[in-house]
Design a protein. Structure first.
Length: 360
């Protein structure tokens, strides 16, 4: 098959680029991929893949508009010069809106994958709901990465949904031991390390993590907190840490690559996922697969990715128990790992390929 993939792509940060890279890497073994992505960064092409990079400015609104226009031009060129079987957009807008422009113009099937914040955040506004419904109406299938997300799509009247959860490969996870990683990353010795990894936004609950850090610090003098990532709340969180005398006990790494984020997570005693909005929960899944204790709020799709023992509204209680009760700690590691084994990269790619064939 000839597949046109429209998506953010590494070195861009976030779950969508990681998802797209995994999918392209696997599918390109058997199919020709035309990848349309953000930014002229001179990316190297994976095998059997042509990359079309669209220049975008750093301004948020203009970035989306520039990508929409540039990506439409790139897809038009690709479809005019090649027989494309599938156009697959990762994220409902703007990639999904780009794909929607080509619906019905040929025998090419349109697939859009909703990852979470695209569907959930856009649904909050009237114009956003209009975009979502339009994309959902014209695409051949809307892929949702969780049952929770599929339910949200159906509530908007989008009927042609299919659930294909994210998957990870154990080969992408750090091979070093937690102790070796601590030395390499310069993590303070003799400390219990509690980590947040993600965009520093309210949706991801970065502010909730800081409140949790302040609470735990009162009873655990050896606790040290790592905030992995960047975002609009970063300055506010740094000021909060300083204001509450936490500066010496909180490390802000800023934006790091996916591999480094995984290293910090594996070196941790506990990973916390306090998301208010979560379409899947890749960070939770990755921590679980690395056998690192992980706990989360019961929001969005997180109860699908983690077993009930790791999910609670009372994060301070659950965190203390995971850090001090060895029996409980061991049990949640085992339960989390067992659940994570269902979410493999092979399964994700096989189900995606099966969907392609069913539409061709």
């Amino acid at each position: 098959m000839n597949i046109c993939m429209i998506s953010a792509y590494p070195p861009q940060k976030g779950g969508v680029p990681v998802h797209a890279e995994s999918l392209v890497s696997e599918l390109s073994k058997r199919h020709k991929i035309f990848l349309v992505t953000y930014g002229r960064l001179g990316r190297k092409c994976p095998k059997n893949t042509d990359i079309y990079e669209v220049a975008v400015p750093g301004v948020r609104f203009l970035r989306g508009l520039a990508f929409f226009i540039g990506a439409c031009m790139a897809v038009k060129k690709i479809t005019s010069e090649n027989r494309i079987d599938i156009i697959h957009a990762q994220f409902m807008h703007p990639p999904g809106s780009v794909a929607a422009r080509f619906a019905g113009k040929s025998k090419t099937k349109i697939i859009v994958t909703a990852h979470g914040s695209d569907l959930l955040s856009l649904a909050a506004g009237r114009f956003g709901r209009y975009i979502l419904r339009r994309v959902g109406r014209v695409c051949s299938r809307l892929v949702c990465v969780s049952d929770y997300l599929a339910g949200s799509a159906r509530s908007l009247g989008i009927k042609r949904t299919v659930v294909i959860p994210n998957g990870i490969s154990t080969g992408s996870l750090p091979g070093e031991s937690a102790q070796a990683l601590r030395k390499k990353l310069g993590i303070p010795l003799g400390r219990r390390v509690i980590t947040f990894a993600g965009m520093l936004t309210e949706a991801k609950g970065a502010d909730i993590f800081m409140i949790l850090a302040e609470q735990l610090r009162h009873t655990m003098k050896d606790a040290h907190f790592f905030v992995i990532g960047s975002g609009p709340l970063e300055q506010e969180l740094r000021q909060s840490a300083e204001r509450h005398g936490m500066s010496g006990f909180v490390t802000f790494t800023g934006a790091v690559g996916h591999e480094d984020a995984l290293r910090y997570m594996k070196a941790s005693d506990l990973v916390v996922v306090p998301s208010r909005i979560e379409g899947f929960g890749l960070t939770a899944l990755e921590a679980a697969r690395m056998k690192v204790p992980v706990i989360a709020l019961p929001n969005g799709a997180l109860p699908e990715v983690l077993p009930a023992c790791s999910v609670s509204e009372n994060l301070p209680h659950l965190a203390k128990k995971a850090l001090t009760d060895r029996k409980f700690r061991s049990s949640i590691v085992k339960e989390n790992f067992r659940t994570s084994e269902r979410y493999t990269l092979k399964r994700m790619c096989d189900e995606t390929e099966k969907l392609y064939r069913s539409l061709s």
